[in-house]
Design a protein around this ligand. Structure first.
Ligand code: GRF
Length: 231
């Protein structure tokens, strides 16, 4: 982003406590993330994250997944809300729904997730418990582009923390979460600075009429990310 260009508009999807949302709000207030949160969307009206959003005077929308017959119809409703708020980059911050190509096509290479493990190890739910059960000595978090799989998209950045003797799930969760709060705003600033370059390593199956940008990840091509040098 140059000094005069408008800030990146982020849409944040949440289902839970919203500590990562708070980290984004705080980073924007501090000026370390030069972006604007256009809307916070939750599938659950009870999500604590929405209280944080309201306290920061951010627009809040609830889109109940149960009110939609299919994942695709739910995603279409999300896209409508995100587009209406001028969103250019979508962040899944503790959003407990799998997204479909409907969302991915609307925001090509601009849907980001944060996961509390060093992917590709321990995708899915209870990543910290999986790490403890396996007995790894290093755990951490991953920020990655979202594709149609489960925590399987191209990795943008990772940060590691030690697993200490005597750790339980809660202790490890808290140590990882502190790293998440640093890493996510840092990666989002790369998007704000237009430094994230995405190339397809493999070709997705072709569709009649050709593919638009972003169709590759929506259809399952393997992507590789490069972070350009700061200008
Ligand atoms: C985080 O651990 C994140 O990595 C995972 O869900 C959790 C969300 O926490 N995807 P919060 O709602 O941001 O506090």
């Amino acid at each position: 982003m140059t000094v005069n260009s408008p800030p990146l508009v982020i849409g944040v999807l949440v289902s839970g406590a919203g500590s990562n949302l708070q980290a984004m709000i705080d980073a924007i207030e501090r000026g370390t993330l030069r972006a604007r949160i256009g809307v916070v969307v939750s599938n659950l009206a009870s999500a604590k994250a929405l209280d944080r959003a309201r306290a920061a005077r951010l627009p809040v929308v609830v889109v109940d997944h149960k009110a939609h017959a299919t994942r695709e119809a739910f995603d279409a409703a999300l896209v409508e809300v995100l587009e209406a708020h001028g969103v250019r980059c979508v962040v899944l911050a503790g959003f407990m729904r799998l997204v479909t190509p409907v969302l991915l096509r609307a925001f090509p290479h601009r849907v980001v997730n944060i996961h509390p493990a060093l992917l590709p190890a321990f995708p899915g739910l209870h990543a910290q418990a999986q790490a403890l059960a396996y007995g790894v000595r290093l755990a951490g978090c991953t920020v990655h582009l979202v594709d149609a799989g489960m925590d399987s998209g191209a990795i943008l950045a990772q940060a590691a923390v030690p697993v200490l003797d005597g750790d339980d799930e809660e202790a490890l969760r808290a140590r990882i979460l502190a790293k998440e709060h640093e890493l996510l705003p840092e990666v989002l600033q790369w998007f704000a600075d237009d430094r994230v370059e995405v190339t397809a390593l493999s070709t997705a199956s072709s569709t009649p009429g050709g593919r638009s940008e972003g169709e590759d990840s929506a259809l399952g091509a393997r992507l590789r990310v490069r972070i350009a040098r700061a200008r």
